[in-house]
Write a protein that binds this ligand. Structure first.
Ligand SMILES: Cc1cc2nc3c(=O)[nH]c(=O)nc-3n(C[C@H](O)[C@H](O)[C@H](O)COP(=O)(O)OP(=O)(O)OC[C@H]3O[C@@H](n4cnc5c(N)ncnc54)[C@H](O)[C@@H]3O)c2cc1C
Ligand code: SF4
Length: 324
């Protein structure tokens, strides 16, 4: 690991001021410090933002939530308002990492963690995301856990955060403090597909500080389900965040997002469109899943993700339909 400076920010303005000359923000450090140890990240300065006063979860009168960026993952999962009002979010957080990691990991850091593609994490290998223009060995090499949707020739990596998948289904927005002031963007606009610039995971500008996540009220049954290679402590092969509103046997509204299938949390808009107004039956859920997955372009070793995603969609919606 290269020598680096450590500074603790005292306010958002202070953090922005310190974010220059090779500085990066530090949340709980559970991803960043690992990448520094591997030589993938070599910041000159860490600006600690985990102690800024963004450590509260606010329940607003309309049932929406404002979750500070410095709230730990454990605190999100344990919060009663989250568990009762937005169970899909609590379940997604609990499906990620381990208790010890969740105790340190912050909301901001979780959303901005980097891909787990093994070539990205190996500084000795080429990787367009780490070193633009060096190539993508995953395309022909080890890609059984990589993307089936929205990938490009430059990168086939998947986004790793479970929390982000739930937030995508919940239509959450991200509050950002940047050099131009404060702004709020839908989570869908935070993440990008790789295109020919896979080195850019998000649309954030240099120095942008995530300060909070705004989550609209839900009020209908929701669920997060994750398939992984072992029962715990593993990233998603495929995951789903779903919320379903059924009335008189028909789908009034539905929100679906998939994890482990693309460079960003994949909002399943085609499936949602196919379902709104349809009968809430297993046949409709299957048709909707197939409509979404028509766009899938599996690689040599990850075609199994297509039926896996289809079955997850059908099973999760069927269960939610029974609860509605
Ligand atoms: C063994 C292991 C297993 C794991 N399994 C899972 C899993 O199954 N699912 C899952 O979702 N996650 C998993 N994780 C990842 C874990 O959730 C992340 O490491 C963690 O959420 C990152 O949060 P952090 O606060 O430690 O971020 P850090 O490591 O401190 O930072 C991560 C990135 O976010 C940036 N950053 C941090 N805060 C801000 C901010 N407020 N504004 C702007 N930028 C910021 C940093 O500069 C850095 O680039 C696992 C991690 C480990 C070590
Ligand atoms: S998939 Fe993306 S992250 Fe993985 S090696 Fe290719 S360019 Fe790098």
């Amino acid at each position: 690991m290269r020598p680096f400076a450590y500074e603790r920010a005292t306010s958002a303005e202070d953090a922005l001021r310190r974010h220059q000359d090779g500085a990066v923000y530090l949340g709980g450090g559970t991803n960043l410090v690992d990448l520094m140890r591997l030589g993938v990240e070599e910041p000159a300065r860490l600006v600690d933002v985990a102690h800024l006063p963004y450590d509260q979860i606010e329940l607003r009168p309309d049932g929406s939530l404002v979750i500070g960026a410095a709230v730990t993952n454990s605190a999100v999962a344990a919060d009663r308002t989250v568990r009762e009002g937005h169970p899909v979010l609590a379940q997604a957080v609990l499906a990620g990492a381990s208790g010890q990691v969740r105790n340190l990991a912050t909301v901001g850091g979780n959303l901005l963690q980097r891909t787990r593609c093994s070539y990205f994490q190996d500084a000795a290998k080429p990787c367009n995301k780490r070193t633009p223009g060096s190539g993508c060995p995953a395309r022909e090499g080890e890609h059984h856990n990589l993307a089936i949707l929205g990938w490009s020739d430059a990168c086939v990596a998947t986004h790793p955060s479970d929390m982000a998948v739930a937030l995508a289904a919940l239509d959450a927005s991200i509050r950002i403090r940047g050099r131009g002031g404060e702004r709020t963007i839908p989570i869908e606009d935070l993440y990008r597909l790789p295109g020919d610039e896979p080195q850019r995971d998000t649309t954030l500008e240099p120095g942008d500080l995530v300060t909070a996540v705004e989550v609209p009220a839900l009020g209908v049954p929701s669920r997060y389900r994750k398939v992984r290679e072992r029962a715990s402590f593993a990233f998603a092969l495929v995951s789903i965040a779903a919320a379903l509103d059924v009335g008189d046997g028909r789908v009034r509204d539905v929100r679906l997002a998939l994890g482990g299938v693309a460079h960003k949390p994949w909002r399943a808009r085609r499936a949602e469109e196919a379902l709104r107004g349809a009968e809430a039956t297993e046949e409709s859920f299957l048709r909707a899943a197939e409509a979404e997955l028509e766009a899938a372009e599996p690689l040599r070793d990850n075609a199994y993700k297509v039926p896996l995603a289809r079955n997850l969609i059908v099973r999760t919606l069927t269960e939610l339909g029974e609860e509605s």
